[in-house]
Write a protein that binds this ligand. Structure first.
Ligand SMILES: Cc1cc2nc3c(=O)[nH]c(=O)nc-3n(C[C@H](O)[C@H](O)[C@H](O)COP(=O)(O)OP(=O)(O)OC[C@H]3O[C@@H](n4cnc5c(N)ncnc54)[C@H](O)[C@@H]3O)c2cc1C
Length: 395
């Protein structure tokens, strides 16, 4: 069998799915998505919290989010399926003047980048919006009402189904084991289902991106870092409907109401916290000792929520962030190898940035340049030239 494809996408998570959708939207449908697992979404996409926010500190992350969140508002129109977008907001809560000053400065940058609906909110307003919060030490915060939640797997499936209906193919249980290079450009891929000729490969391999790039002899600085979430079931149903993502800036602890189930009830609350003690590695097991650490933080900020709450071990989980040295994505053609396109290193923001990423990749592949936005800040070359970005608003 001599299989060929105009574009081969390695990785069938939300990023690979978005690239396939955006290529198909532009009429490029001879696209093959290769996923080694038995189904899509078993990488980081299926583990994600589902948060979307534009409250970032750098112009490029704000721009990626603004496009993507707008896309989520019209996702159904674009794909025929719902993505579960809920504009419940992100509320950053400061308990020190230093953090409040940071939010004020960041808001100025957000305004300059065209994000005009971030409000500074006082302690009383915060207590009113989030009654479960211990707010006696809160000095203020910032809130953006178009931030909120989406359902990562629905987004991935919506993108995939639309692309498939137009001719793109997804092969599951197909691992890419080699990338062939001829004369300084991609010539094909070796897989567990045979060889595929192609002149364009998209690396959409999430936390495994450095291994995939390595198959072509290309080095990219993407490192896997475990992130864990703990699900709790409060004793009483949450009082506030539309509770936002709430971030305690003193230690990074944050929480969100879990997505409503089919019956419309809110099943519980997801607790998240970036554990500084975590070390890089492909660690996919949930570490029970993390529960104790996060509950300690949660008790300080939402004691009433935890009183009598039960742990939901089934919904608690571990997954991988795909970290780069400056916590920004890598988007562009590999400088060392023509035909290898990188959509990697989202550093924990790949779900929310998937629409912009897919569109940018389609433009780079089909037009040779990105027109949606100036993506040079995310170029793979920046690590060699030392033009790194500084994102201070990482969760
Ligand atoms: C606990 C947690 C919470 C998170 N919360 C959020 C959030 O709230 N908002 C947000 O925006 N992001 C969040 N993220 C990050 C987000 O999940 C990722 O950035 C995003 O899913 C990346 O998508 P992806 O398609 O690149 O990677 P993945 O979903 O991991 O997909 C990559 C796929 O590539 C496949 N693959 C790898 N190598 C090969 C190969 N050689 N051959 C074939 N297939 C291969 C893998 O099997 C995998 O399915 C969170 C992550 C975690 C772990």
């Amino acid at each position: 069998m001599n299989q060929t494809a105009d574009v081969v996408i390695i990785g069938g998570g939300i990023v690979g799915a978005s690239v396939a959708f955006h290529l198909a939207e532009r009429g490029c449908t001879d696209v093959l998505v290769l996923e080694r697992e038995a189904e899509q979404g078993l990488g980081s996409t299926g583990k994600a919290t589902g948060g979307v926010r534009a409250q970032f500190a750098t112009a490029i992350n704000i721009a990626m989010s603004r496009y993507s969140i707008d896309f989520f508002t019209r996702f159904e129109e674009a794909t025929g399926q719902s993505c579960g977008y809920e504009p419940a907001g992100y509320l950053f809560v400061a308990t020190s003047e230093t953090h409040l000053d940071y939010l004020k400065r960041t808001r100025e940058r957000q305004l300059a980048a065209g994000l005009t609906n971030v409000e500074l909110v006082g302690a009383e307003e915060i207590a009113r919006r989030v009654p479960v919060l211990r707010a006696d030490d809160v000095v203020g915060g910032s809130f953006c009402g178009t931030d909120g939640f989406i359902a990562p797997l629905k987004v991935m499936r919506g993108f995939t189904a639309w692309a498939e209906e137009r001719g793109a193919c997804v092969w599951t249980e197909t691992e890419v084991t080699g990338i062939e290079v001829e004369g300084g450009r991609v010539a094909g891929v070796e897989t567990t289902r045979g060889r595929i000729s192609t002149r364009v490969v998209v690396n959409a391999s999430g936390a495994w991106a450095a291994l995939t790039a390595g198959l072509a002899g290309v080095e990219i600085p993407v490192v896997p870092l475990r992130r864990q979430l703990v699900s709790v079931q409060p004793a009483a149903p949450l009082a506030a409907q539309g509770l936002p993502m709430v971030i305690d800036m003193s230690n990074g602890f944050h929480f969100r109401p879990e997505a409503r189930d089919a019956a419309g009830t809110t099943p519980g609350v997801l607790l998240a916290w970036p554990d500084d003690a975590e070390t890089p590695g492909f660690k996919l097991d949930f570490d029970p000792s993390f529960t104790k650490k996060i509950i300690q933080r949660a008790r300080k900020r939402v004691p009433s929520l935890l009183a009598g709450a039960t742990l939901n071990a089934e919904r608690s989980r571990a997954g991988l962030y795909e970290m780069t040295p400056d916590h920004h994505a890598i988007i562009g053609e590999s400088p060392g190898l023509k035909g290898l396109f990188l959509a990697n290193g989202f550093s924990g923001h790949g779900v929310m940035h998937s629409p912009a990423t897919g569109r940018l990749l389609a433009e780079l592949i089909l037009d040779g340049r990105a027109s949606l936005l100036d993506v040079s800040a995310l170029s793979p070359e920046r690590f060699a030239t030392g033009r790194l970005l500084a994102e201070t608003s990482v969760l």
